[in-house]
Design a protein around this ligand. Structure first.
Ligand code: BG6
Length: 510
């Protein structure tokens, strides 16, 4: 009996990555200590890092190499996702080098080039380099340009040079296109890995497996059977110490064209012709491209923006957004956004996709809820059955990772009475996954040259193309549509109305 999907299972058997130097620009920052270093450590413990591996930190901090290593060691002890094995930690730290310098000065890159050359000769890294741009966004194109000017972007015969770029990738469509143009004037598209950390989450990757490695979901995964879809990314955190940056960004730019659209694309895409990067990325792009463009009137009717006011989240007092450090006292920046989108293709025509995300909400919860149409007729209408709940499939991305299927059963007894119950799959009941940062797969994939979980220029631009009319309409409105919501609640009342208009309700967040 043929039980497995050999393509999916075999395509990603782990192998040790190629020898390489991992260069982090902005190595003194938070990303390095909280996520990149712990992820590299996890890869090292899983024996997925090559023997000939070196980490080069580039930053302005006035550190010696020993001080840099000391900083990394303390960071790893604090942020490792599991208990540390001291000799593995020391081995990794022993492979770290430091290049001090201003990231907008070409001399820094010349020093880096000579350090990389010496290292490649001494340790046989075959000149492979992964450049990780973990800097503020205004430096993305500067780093790329100077890598180009010093010849570091160039792939000689038999070696690779790759660039990982963090988010935010652009501020709107125009700036994203401009950034793509600048990067592509130095690197080929195949060398650029634009990161969306949501794609590193196991449960996000599982959406495709759930859909395409099972026979039972795909036949009903369409407009004939699905009534509507709700995608929620709710956070309990407030803006914390990111006030200044956040006030300039807002929830829409911060979360929607990237994380929420990735969830939408994986839910709505057609089955790819095979499980490889071009096929998967093309199908995801087609789903985003099929989102019906929003006119200014539609933005005001179908997109809700909100901002939190003082309240309590998980028992703790949270102040008003406008009173947080770095926020303008009259700020009109949204900390919550909800929208109703249509996908104009044969699979989804007429099925609304509702998206929402926000800070300081009642609970941390990321999920995709697919509600199916009612049974075509009720056999039970003359019996004590009030109404039949519709079937629901909930993919829990985080926390409590898993999936639940809600369906109706008969309550035991002489009468026909019906109750809605759920079959609940929890990852933790089946798998013993060690905790991770979510960056392990992404870094590893870049090292082995698998770009499936990264975005191409066209993918990034497609996301911004949907969001741009919203930004424009908001800019042109007087801000009267910004609704307040209490910290610790499920969001603004206007978001409730967005669904009640269609006779629907959001799922509770907490
Ligand atoms: C980041 C956003 O990209 O994602 C943050 O900039 C947000 O504002 C974070 O808090 C959420 O990520 P996660 O993995 O905690 O869901």
């Amino acid at each position: 009996m043929d039980v497995a999907a050999p393509g999916l299972a075999a395509a990603r058997l782990p192998r040790q990555a190629d020898p390489c130097a991992f260069v982090i620009f902005g190595a003194a920052g938070d990303l390095t200590k909280r996520l990149l270093l712990p992820a590299l450590y996890n890869l090292a413990t899983q024996r997925l890092l090559p023997e000939e591996f070196a980490l080069f930190g580039v930053a302005r901090a006035d550190w010696s190499e020993d001080e840099f290593r000391g900083h990394l060691k303390t960071a790893l002890d604090e942020f490792a996702t599991d208990s540390i094995v001291p000799h593995l930690r020391d081995q990794l730290i022993g492979r770290c080098r430091y290049v001090r310098g201003d990231l907008s000065d070409i001399a820094t890159y010349q020093r880096l080039k000579s350090a990389l050359g010496d290292h490649a000769r001494a340790h046989n890294t075959r000149d492979n380099c992964l450049f990780y741009v973990a800097t503020p966004p205004d430096l993305f194109s500067v780093v790329a340009r100077l890598l180009g000017e010093t010849g570091l972007a160039k792939e000689a015969e038999g070696c690779w040079r790759r660039l990982i770029v963090e988010k935010p990738f652009g501020f709107d469509l125009q700036s994203a296109c401009e950034l793509n143009k600048q990067l592509l004037s130095v690197f080929a598209e195949s060398q650029i890995y634009r990161i969306d950390h949501y794609l590193g989450k196991e449960t996000v990757q599982n959406i495709m497996v759930l859909r395409f490695a099972n026979g039972m979901f795909e036949p009903i995964w369409n407009r004939d059977h699905v009534e509507h879809v709700q995608i929620t990314v709710a956070e309990t955190v407030s803006v914390e110490n990111r006030g200044k940056l956040y006030d300039h960004t807002g929830a829409l730019r911060d979360m929607v064209p990237n994380h929420l659209f990735q969830l939408l694309a994986l839910t709505a895409m057609e089955p790819p012709s095979c499980f490889d990067a071009p096929a998967v990325r093309t199908e995801k792009l087609k789903a985003i491209d099929a989102i019906r463009p929003l006119t200014p009137e539609k933005v005001l009717a179908d997109v809700v923006r909100g901002q939190y006011r003082a309240g309590r989240v998980a028992g703790k007092a949270v102040g008003d957004y406008r009173a947080a450090a770095g926020i303008a006292p009259q700020s009109g920046t949204e900390t919550y956004v909800a929208m109703r989108l249509g996908i104009d293709n044969w699979r989804w025509a007429g099925v609304p996709f509702y998206l929402r995300t926000g800070k300081a909400l009642a609970a941390r919860k990321t999920e995709i809820a697919i509600r199916f149409r009612s049974a075509p007729l009720s056999l039970f209408r003359d019996m004590p059955v009030e109404s039949l709940a519709q079937n629901l499939l909930v993919l829990r991305i985080q926390p409590n990772e898993g999936a639940a299927l809600h369906f109706n059963v008969k309550i035991p007894g002489p009468e026909i009475r019906i109750e809605n119950v759920r079959m609940n799959f929890k990852y933790e009941d089946y798998f013993d996954a060690s905790p991770s940062t979510g960056y392990e797969t992404l870094i590893y994939d870049c090292m082995i040259g698998d770009p499936m979980l990264f975005q191409r220029a066209i993918d990034i631009e497609a996301g911004w193309r949907v969001v741009d009319p919203i930004l424009r309409a908001w800019r042109e409105s007087d801000g009267g549509d910004l609704s307040a919501y209490q910290a610790g609640s499920d969001g603004p009342a206007a978001a409730v109305r967005l669904l009640s208009r269609d006779g629907l309700q959001w799922r509770a967040i907490a």
